[in-house]
Ligand binder design. Structure first.
Ligand code: HEC
Length: 333
C-alpha cells in the first residue's frame, strides 16, 4: 500500500517538474518573441521617420523610392533601396550589417569628396543631426516596415504641393503681365531694351570704359564701380516702372511717378523697357517651371532638381588632386 503511494507521489512530482520546465520554456520563447517584436517596432519607427527625412533631402538625387540611377538614368545618385543593402539584416549577419551601417553613416555624415554626394551632419555644414542620420542608415540597411513605400508617399505629397504652388505663382505672373498691358514676347522686349540702352549716352560711355579697362588692365575697379552706381539707380527706376504699369494702389503710383520724374527721358524709356522684359521673363519662367515640374512628376522623377556642386574638404578629407600633391611633396622632402 505504502509502496504504491510513494510511486504515485513520484509520478506527480515528475509531472509537476515537467510542467514547470515546459512553462518556463514557453515563457522564455514568448518573451523573446515580445522582445523581437518590440525591436522591430523601434526599427520600423526609425525607418519611417527617415522616410520623411529622405523625401525632404535625398530624393532629388537618389529618386523618390531610393532606387536612384537603377530606376532612372536622369538621376545622379546610386540606388540605396536595393536588396544588397538589406541582405546582411535579413540573413542576420551582424558583423556585415554593422560594417555596412558604419560605412553609410560615414558617407551621409561627411558626403563623398569628389562626387556630388553632400555632407549632411551639422558640423560639416549640413542640416541633419546624428539621430536623423542614424535613422537614415536604418532605412537604407533594413527597410523595416517597408518604409521605402512611406518615402514615396511623402514624395508624391510634397510634389503635389509644389506643383500647386507653381500654378499659383504662374497665375500671379499672368495677372501682372495682364495688368501691365505688355506681351510675354521676350525677344521683342529684349530688342526694345537694347535699342533704348544704345540711346543712353551715359550708359554707353560707362560700359565702354569698363571694356577699355578690361583691355588695358588699368582702372578696372573704378570703371566697374561707376557703372554699378549708375545701374543701381536704374534698379529703382525699373521698380517704379513696374508699379506705374501694374499697381492699383494710387499712392504707390504717385510715389513711383515722382521717382520717375527726376530721370531723363531716355532713362525713363530704358527703365520701361527693362520693366517689360522683367515682367515677360517672370511670366515665361513661371510657365516653364510648371511645365518642367509636371513633366518630371509624370515621369516619376522628383520635382526638385539637385544642385550640381562637388563635395570637397569635409571631415578632414582632401581632394584627390591635393592628396596627390601632398604625398608627392612629402616624398621629396
Ligand atoms: C546632390 C545629389 C545627392 C544628394 C542630395 C544626396 N546624395 Fe547620396 N549620393 C550621391 C552620389 C552621386 C553618390 C555616389 C557617390 C560616389 O560616386 O561614390 C551618393 C552616395 C550615397 C551613399 C553611398 C551609397 C553606396 O552604395 O556606396 C549613401 C548611403 C547616400 N548617398 C545617402 C544619401 C542620403 C541619406 C541623402 C540625404 C540625406 C543623400 N545621399 C543625398 C548624390 C546625392
Amino acid at each position: 500500500m505504502s509502496g504504491q503511494n510513494t510511486e504515485k507521489q513520484i509520478l506527480a512530482m515528475v509531472i509537476l517538474l515537467v510542467l514547470a520546465v515546459a512553462s518556463l520554456g514557453a515563457y522564455t520563447w514568448f518573451d523573446n518573441g515580445r522582445r523581437t517584436e518590440a525591436r522591430s517596432e523601434i526599427l520600423t519607427k526609425d525607418a519611417e521617420r527617415a522616410a520623411f527625412t529622405f523625401a525632404r533631402n535625398c530624393r532629388e538625387c537618389h529618386g523618390n523610392d531610393g532606387r536612384g540611377t537603377e530606376s532612372n538614368s536622369a538621376l545622379v545618385g546610386p540606388a540605396l533601396n536595393t536588396p544588397n543593402n538589406t541582405y546582411a539584416f535579413l540573413t542576420d549577419n551582424q558583423g556585415q550589417l554593422e560594417a555596412l551601417q558604419n560605412e553609410y553613416r560615414y558617407t551621409i555624415t561627411c558626403g563623398r569628396n569628389g562626387t556630388p554626394m553632400p555632407p549632411w551632419s551639422i558640423d560639416q555644414g549640413g542640416s541633419l543631426d546624428g539621430f536623423k542620420i542614424d535613422n537614415l542608415v536604418t532605412l537604407i540597411t533594413t527597410n523595416a516596415g517597408n518604409a521605402w513605400e512611406k518615402a514615396v508617399e511623402h514624395a508624391i505629397h510634397e510634389d503635389e504641393v509644389s506643383i500647386e504652388n507653381l500654378h499659383i505663382a504662374l497665375k500671379t505672373a499672368e495677372a501682372t503681365l495682364e495688368a501691365s498691358g505688355w506681351f510675354a514676347d521676350i525677344e521683342a522686349a529684349q530688342g526694345a531694351v537694347s535699342r533704348s540702352e544704345a540711346a543712353d549716352a551715359q550708359l554707353v560711355q560707362l560700359r565702354e570704359a569698363v571694356a577699355a579697362a578690361e583691355e588695358s588692365g588699368e582702372g578696372l575697379q573704378e570703371a566697374q564701380d561707376a557703372l554699378t552706381v549708375y545701374e543701381r539707380d536704374y534698379t529703382r527706376l525699373v521698380l517704379a516702372a513696374i508699379t506705374i504699369r501694374t499697381s492699383d494702389d494710387s499712392a504707390a503710383i504717385s510715389t513711383a511717378r515722382e521717382t520717375f520724374a527726376v530721370a531723363s527721358g531716355v532713362e525713363q524709356e530704358v527703365a520701361m523697357n527693362r520693366a517689360w522684359l522683367k515682367i515677360a521673363s517672370d511670366y515665361r519662367t513661371a510657365e516653364q517651371n510648371v511645365r518642367t515640374a509636371e513633366e518630371r512628376f509624370a515621369a516619376g522623377l522628383p520635382v526638385p532638381t539637385p544642385a550640381t556642386q562637388v563635395t570637397s574638404n569635409t571631415c578632414g578629407q582632401v581632394s584627390a588632386e591635393l592628396g596627390d600633391w601632398l604625398s608627392a611633396h612629402r616624398g621629396s622632402s
